[in-house]
Design a protein around this ligand. Structure first.
Ligand code: CLF
Ligand code: SF4
Length: 510
């Protein structure tokens, strides 16, 4: 264990002033607990984009109506995920299929990290929780139902919850995630309830491959196994996807990347779902450990490395610009920005004793502040990326590097190294700095102490990066990081700006 000398402890007060006049402003409303960061840079506003990876290309293919539909959805827009939060309510316990990466003691692994158990709620308890959180975290804009089983295997509980929330909190977007087996039967009801975002987990479009992922499905009061099971699931998923498209509901497809089983096949999945009108593809890594008790965990099936995952995402992004890379494989009771987990602040014993303070006017005011801030950040990003390599053929083949960023959100380098529980990864070249993923780590700083083993683990997790961008870091970890070959950049500014500045220095030394 390492203790930083007092002057080196990563304390908030040591954060340097922002280099581009970025100020922190606490919204002066007692009902809220959020901090809106205000950027005072005043330049011309750049055009909007969808915020997914490869933003500029994706933006050009999206119309204004679609941009408006995703602008406040942290999963459907990479840009929004820096600013807006989502919450899930765990109202759906049952499931109608078996996935080999799932242990039914835990949350549905189609959208959750395995090994997580959420508290089951009734629709009424769930609605109460949503209203409490809508008051406490006004930047929470999306309510998702993603488990702990399959929402459409529990249709009454799921739709009752949505009805209650639509009635009491009309500005909250409704979102649903399903394995797709029962989806064709419910698209009309989904449309009626104005649920505008639906995720289907599709891991194969070839039932032969499906037999290695799904041992059985339960459909129309019968249990099917083997090829028949996989074929039924595949046909229902395709039917559901088609129906969503016809109903004009935005559909995201999640795929779990399972090396040796469907990793190569997911390129075909990407092509098929795109042709059938999916809006966004989210390829997630299989997480399997023996202690999760899943079939894959117990049989030693490994998940992909970050490099393998990125390669596949890049390969699919070549043909489909709308590739999600910022998924955090949330809990079925997740609360907060995607990179943070505030679910423990709102356990049942706590939120049932809190009074709902849903205030539509206040929420709209907060959202307007966020939109203003987003526009200002966009100007800084555009400036950082302008005149570097755009249109210059000599820069087309500029080296690409990865940098790791410590951020609490807002698109700013604003977190101390020792407080980070994840690092966002940006790929930088002469043209742009773009978000390409994240790496979860253990928090290094524990009340002023840092474990050597944790530092080693963190360093390993970002060893393919050239630099780490943080608001502050103690001298001891800084020296260790440098020794491991990582440049340490301390700054408090827009991520793309800091990354681009580092890049220019980096290439000038090559
Ligand atoms: Fe939840 Fe899913 Fe809706 Fe988002 S999560 S139901 S679309 S509101 Fe988002 Fe979480 Fe990834 Fe899901 S980061 S696991 S993609
Ligand atoms: Fe588990 Fe979800 Fe698959 Fe059902 S759909 S078996 S809950 S991962």
């Amino acid at each position: 264990m390492r203790r930083c000398p007092p002057r080196q402890i990563c304390q908030k007060s040591m954060t340097p002033p922002p280099s581009s006049e970025i100020l922190a402003r606490q919204i002066d409303k007692s009902a809220t607990d959020i901090v809106i960061t205000k950027n005072t840079v005043t330049q011309k506003q750049s055009s909007q984009n969808c915020g997914c990876s490869n933003t500029s290309s994706a933006a050009s293919s999206l119309d204004q109506r679609t941009l408006d539909r995703i602008a406040k959805h942290p999963c459907y827009s990479e840009e929004a995920h820096h600013h807006y939060a989502r919450m899930h309510v765990a109202v759906a316990p049952a499931c109608n299929i078996q996935c080999n990466y799932c242990n039914r003691k835990y949350d549905c692994a189609n959208e959750s990290r395995p090994g997580v158990v959420s508290e089951l709620l009734t629709p009424e308890e769930a609605a109460h929780k949503v209203l409490v959180i809508a008051g406490k975290i006004p930047q929470m804009t999306v309510l998702g139902i993603a488990g702990p089983g399959d929402p459409l295997a529990n249709p009454e509980r799921t739709f009752r919850t949505f009805e209650l929330i639509a009635d009491k909190a009309p500005d909250i977007k409704l979102c649903l995630s399903t394995n797709g087996l029962m989806l064709p039967d419910y698209v009309d009801r989904i449309k009626q309830l104005n649920i505008d975002h639906v995720t289907i987990t599709i891991n194969m479009v070839d039932p032969e491959i499906g037999t290695q992922i799904y041992p059985w499905v339960h459909y129309q009061r019968r249990r099917y196994k083997g090829l028949e099971a996989a074929r039924i699931l595949h046909e229902r998923q395709m039917e559901g996807l088609q129906a969503l498209k016809e109903a004009d509901i935005l559909c995201k497809v999640n795929s779990v990347m399972i090396p040796g089983i469907n990793d190569q096949h997911l390129v075909e999945v990407d092509q098929v779902i795109r042709e059938k009108g999916a809006f966004l593809h989210n390829i997630m890594p299989l997480i399997s450990a023996p202690e999760h008790g899943t079939y894959f965990g117990l049989t030693g099936q490994r998940g992909p490395t970050p490099k393998e995952l990125k390669q596949l995402q890049d390969q699919c992004a070549d043909s489909n610009m709308k590739m999600m890379r910022h998924c955090r494989q949330c809990r079925a009771d997740a609360v907060g920005l995607l990179g943070e987990d505030r679910s423990q602040e709102f356990t049942k014993d706590k939120f049932m004793n809190m009074s709902p303070q849903y205030d539509l006017e206040l929420r709209q005011e907060v959202h307007a502040g966020i939109e203003k801030f987003k526009a200002e950040i966009k100007l800084v990003k555009a400036k950082a990326n302008s005149g570097k390599g755009n249109g210059d053929s000599s820069k087309q083949d500029s080296p690409k590097i990865l940098v790791a960023v410590a951020t609490k959100g807002g698109g700013i380098v604003n977190q101390h190294f020792g407080h980070a529980k994840e690092f966002q990864i940006f790929e930088v070249d002469a043209n742009e700095a773009k978000f390409v993923g994240h790496r979860k780590v253990d928090q290094y700083c524990q009340s002023g102490y840092g474990e050597d083993a944790t530092l080693e683990y963190v360093t390993k997790a970002i060893s393919d990066c050239k630099a780490i961008l943080v608001s502050k870091v103690g001298e001891c970890p800084k020296a260790e990081l440098r020794e491991a070959g990582l440049e340490v950049v301390e700054a408090y500014d827009v991520i793309e700006k800091v990354a681009r500045e580092f890049y220019d220095q980096y290439v000038s030394k090559l």
